[in-house]
Design a protein around this ligand. Structure first.
Ligand SMILES: Nc1ncnc2c1ncn2[C@@H]1O[C@H](COP(=O)(O)OP(=O)(O)OP(=O)(O)O)[C@@H](O)[C@H]1O
Ligand code: SF4
Ligand SMILES: [Mg+2]
Length: 329
């Protein structure tokens, strides 16, 4: 087990997923390289939810997809129940992949527009032969009911005949038909309106408990991530800055970037009393084509010192399940 932020939540148990030093780089024209994910490590335990949060472009989706091996990471290891997926050939990987599934950011475009709900919900389970063929339709109806849809009324509909919230429910039902051990949710509510967001979040939590899933929950909104997660990993420009338990997160966070993210959550009290606006993170994030030397946050960090440009901060343990990468903490 790596020392950087991967301490077990429950000692004595093996992680369902163990990601070590994950690197994902993309080659782009003019011989340049996008450093999308640059060496993140974490463990995920049975029944646990790890939230991943950070600004747009920091590598959250790429990290989630690399866990799924879509695409294969540039380097690092991704062990599911002790089997390193990076080492597996295509056919062995296909078998293991049924144990993990991903719900995408945009529910409507992630569904084939020409397929009806009955096909959308059953097709993965049919391919992976998760259920007896005779039981497949019955199970799909049960799953649609579990996600709050009336199977009779949606069974023959196309995605265009459903609302965004209904499409996301179909995506969740489809994912759950595979009976996965690991569910990766990539911004599953950000394209939905606020009232539907709350319903889908509740549904995800219930589903997770009911099926004893381990979950990675990706979002750029730290308030959303905090509510659903047991631990939160804060990412900045392809790196993990901090891994922190979500309970009492406000008092625990130490990394300057995590603190700014938390402080940026709108506070109704502050708004009502017309006090100072929430602090903002100044400047734009640097390009992942040429990340800054040393600490990647140094160009925007209010606490940066000379050492920050020279030396990359390593993850250090602050407390049980709490790790931070910063020279000034
Ligand atoms: N296939 C690709 N080819 C080249 N660059 C890519 C590719 N996929 C992602 N990137 C780049 O990698 C970086 C990380 O992208 P990613 O989609 O993982 O960010 P994100 O944190 O999920 O952002 P968002 O919150 O906007 O969804 C970005 O700079 C993005 O442009
Ligand atoms: S290492 Fe330096 S630049 Fe990076 S977060 Fe800490 S103080 Fe800021
Ligand atoms: Mg994304």
């Amino acid at each position: 087990m790596a020392v950087d932020g991967t301490a077990p939540v429950r000692t004595g148990t093996d992680p369902v997923l163990s990601v070590q030093d994950l690197v994902v780089e993309f080659s782009v024209p003019r011989r340049r390289t996008v450093h999308a994910v640059s060496g993140i490590s974490f463990d995920l335990f049975a029944g646990e939810t790890l939230g991943i949060v950070g600004e747009s472009g920091c590598g959250k989706s790429t990290a989630g997809r690399a866990v799924m091996q879509l695409p294969r990471p540039t380097s690092g290891s991704v062990a599911l129940n002790g089997t390193d997926l990076v080492e597996l050939g295509p056919s062995a990987l296909r078998k293991v992949r049924a144990q993990m599934t991903m719900i995408m950011q945009d529910p409507i475009s992630s569904l084939n527009p020409r397929r009806r709900v009955k096909h959308l919900v059953t097709e993965g389970a049919r391919i992976w032969r998760v259920h007896d063929k005779k039981r497949l339709d019955e199970r799909a109806r049960e799953m649609l009911t579990a996600v709050g849809l009336d199977p009779e009324s949606v069974w023959n509909r196309l995605p265009a005949e459903l609302s965004g919230g209904q499409c996301q429910r179909v995506c969740i039902a489809r994912a759950m038909m595979l009976e996965p051990q690991l569910l990766i949710c990539d911004e599953p509510v950000s394209s939905l309106d606020v009232s539907v967001q709350a319903q889908i979040m509740n549904l995800l939590e219930e589903t997770k408990k009911k099926f004893a899933l381990s979950m990675i929950f990706i979002a750029h909104n730290i308030a959303v991530v905090k509510n659903i997660s047991d631990r939160v990993m804060v990412m900045y420009l392809g790196k993990a800055c901090e891994i922190v338990p979500s309970t009492d997160m406000e008092n625990m966070v130490r990394h300057p970037y995590s603190r700014l993210l938390l402080a940026s959550i709108p506070d109704p009290e502050r708004h009502r009393e017309q006090l100072e606006p929430a602090p903002e993170i100044e400047g734009d994030p640097p390009s992942p084509l040429a990340p800054p030397s040393g600490c990647r946050f140094r160009t925007r960090c209010p606490l940066a010192i000379e050492r920050c440009s020279r030396e990359e901060p390593q993850m250090r343990k602050m407390a049980e399940n709490h790790y931070v990468a910063c020279h000034r903490v």
